[in-house]
Write a protein that binds this ligand. Sequence first.
Ligand SMILES: NC(=O)c1ccc[n+]([C@@H]2O[C@H](COP(=O)([O-])OP(=O)(O)OC[C@H]3O[C@@H](n4cnc5c(N)ncnc54)[C@H](O)[C@@H]3O)[C@@H](O)[C@H]2O)c1
Length: 252
Amino acid sequence: MGLVDGKVALVTGAGSGIGEHSARLFAAEGASVVVADLNGDAAMSVAQAIVDLGGKAIGVQADVTNEQQVIAMVTATIKEFGRLDCAHNNAGISGTMTAFTDLSLDDWNHMIAINLTSVFLSMKHEIPAMLASGGGAIVNTSSGAGVVGFAGLPHYVAAKHGVVGLTKTAALEFAKSNIRVNAVLPGTTNTPMIQEFTNSNPDIGKMIARSVGRGSLGQPEEIAQAAVWLCSDRASFVSGDSMLVDGATVCR
Ligand SMILES: NC(=O)c1ccc[n+]([C@@H]2O[C@H](COP(=O)([O-])OP(=O)(O)OC[C@H]3O[C@@H](n4cnc5c(N)ncnc54)[C@H](O)[C@@H]3O)[C@@H](O)[C@H]2O)c1
């Protein structure tokens, strides 16, 4: 018996990293999965890999900063699988370290669009689809930067704090409608987003690993485990939470 047997799950940013592992785990735990990503080829390839393993999945190309594409993504889910039970709003980008006073408005707007507005738009259109079939569960990917500041990353930190705020607000608004909304806050995790830095210089890699409480990076499947559990019925009394999955980093 899988953790999410018979459910329909939508994962954004599922062409790579945490989202890919989340999509694969949802499928392994019994859900039919919509693999959504800006990179359509990556989405199709992750969906095909799930199908090759005997799971049910479709790939959807979607830019989650674009409301029409978000509507199309949710519509494709309902068309293919008839309902929406679980959503992992995970698409995001990392920020380039920039002094606060040097950050351009364009860079600020770009970050807020991808890492915050996307979560608002996704929930705005996922929630009615969930209400239509009696409820559901949402998990939004924030970050340790959703609860503490990082000098040099004002746009990333503001967006990830915003995700925590949106999560709490939606959890309150839909608590009596059988929709649970939580956030997962990954610590530094070994995905292409981070490999960009760790691969550039072994010393930087070691320094980043040392910054994690347990002394080694998180693995994307460890974040996926938390996301899928939060969307499962085992987490039936968990809503409005911001779950750190960071190997004892932010608590120091
Ligand atoms: N890796 C980490 O250390 C870490 C730590 C904390 C939080 N996070 C968060 O986890 C999430 C996933 O990051 P990851 O490390 O797996 O990165 P990743 O780069 O491996 O994957 C991100 C995916 O999001 C997709 N994407 C980007 N913009 C998009 C858009 N507009 N519409 C749809 N898809 C889009 C990309 O194409 C990519 O496939 C992000 O929100 C990130 O901020 C990551």
